[in-house]
Design a protein around this ligand. Structure first.
Ligand SMILES: Cc1ncc(COP(=O)(O)O)c(C=O)c1O
Length: 364
């Protein structure tokens, strides 16, 4: 790493967010390095190439820059993927074998549940869903053959905040992975607490502009990082260089955006708590994710003007959705099913007063 790179021990998070992974282009001095749109690299002699750059599934400089930045911000070693679910799949493939057991949170992203319940279980993995806010239940669920404890904090969509140090204390021999998509490293750094892995859907707050799909695993340990790099290359779910560029650009304003998202959410929550028919308003106190219950959930979600009715979250623009009918269809009928009257908001960085007014008119 050149001495012009941010220093994790010296520089604050905001400084690292702006600079991480970026060194000026050595040929022209461009402050932002070129996007390496290439599938392969010229070799002067067979087997002679720069670093690990022999073929672009194996390595790409634009991807490497993003991985350096993500590793810096999460305090580990990053490997990036074509989506959050591709990252999750690679992590499970790298760490688990047939016969292993996984502890999943009872509230979780529907796609994670579908991956394990509908795909990985066919390869001999078993799982239990447990409410991880109940530490006794969690301790009972972790068995001698539990290979992974999967944590989401805050959870999607009910926004439970999980006590990560308490999970680590209960882990027995299991590896602990934290899906940090909702919190982001601006608010929570699980590897610093002792977790083994962080996963991200970089599609969300890290990219931050709803224009890219991507994922990442960040490992605390160099050997696990190497294993993940091996799976990344062997299975091949790599992100394209333009997508890497977009996520990396998003990271540079992450700290500012997360503050603005939280400001919007705080204003929205204050208004929702004053509404008679609204119940169970949830907001972790950081980030822009808010959920609440209302008997007219579907109608409200169809009536907003600024909150776009759409899946996903974490972009600068506000989104609204009804998880039961949209992002969480795959948990229907399971212990992770979500109520029909639950509304999930991703509060963007618009003027909070406009967002409050939009919800006021939608709530009627
Ligand atoms: C918490 C969480 N993890 C993982 C994912 C999967 O990410 P992707 O959609 O990028 O595959 C999502 C998607 O919504 C999510 O909300």
């Amino acid at each position: 790493m050149s001495d012009r790179q941010p220093d994790a021990r010296r520089d604050a998070f905001a400084t690292r967010a702006v600079h991480a992974g970026l060194t000026p282009d050595p040929t022209y001095g461009s402050v932002i390095p070129a996007v390496h749109l290439t599938s392969t690299y010229a070799q002067p002699q067979p087997g002679e190439f720069v670093g690990e750059y022999d073929y672009a599934r194996t390595a790409n400089p634009t991807r490497s820059a993003l991985e350096t930045a993500l590793g810096d911000l999460e305090d580990g070693l990053a490997v990036t993927f074509a989506s959050g679910l591709a990252a999750e799949h690679a992590l499970i493939t790298a760490t688990c074998k047939s016969g292993d057991h996984i502890v999943l949170p009872a509230d979780l992203y529907g796609g994670t549940y579908r991956l394990i319940d509908k795909v990985m279980s066919g390869w001999g993995l078993s799982y239990d869903l447990v409410d991880q806010t109940d530490l006794d239940a969690l301790a009972r669920a972790i068995r001698p053959d539990t290979r992974l404890v999967w944590v989401e904090s805050p959870t999607n969509p009910k926004l439970d905040v999980i006590d990560i140090p308490a999970v680590l204390a209960a882990r027995r021999d299991a590896l602990v992975v934290v899906d940090n998509t909702f919190a982001t490293p601006a608010n929570q750094r699980p590897l610093e607490l002792g977790a083994d892995f962080v996963v991200h859907s970089t599609t969300k707050y890290l990219g931050g502009h709803s224009d890219v799909v991507g994922g990442a695993v960040i490992a605390a340990d160099r050997e696990w990082h190497e294993r993940l790099r091996f799976v990344q290359n062997a299975a091949g779910a790599v992100p394209g260089p333009l997508d890497c560029f977009l996520v990396h650009r998003g990271l540079r304003t992450l700290h500012l955006r997360m503050q603005a998202h939280a400001r919007s959410a705080a204003a929205v929550v204050e208004r929702l708590r004053a509404e008679a028919q609204v119940s169970d308003v949830r907001w972790p106190g950081f980030s822009g994710m808010v959920s609440f219950r209302h008997p007219g959930a579907t109608e409200i979600a169809s009536r907003t003007r600024l909150f776009t009715l759409a899946e996903s979250l974490g972009g600068v623009e506000s989104l609204i959705e009804v998880p039961q009918a949209m992002t969480h269809q795959s948990v229907e009928g399971s212990a992770a099913a979500v109520p029909r009257d639950l509304v999930r908001l991703s509060c963007g960085v618009e003027d909070p007063a406009d967002l409050v007014e939009d919800l006021r008119q939608a709530l009627g």
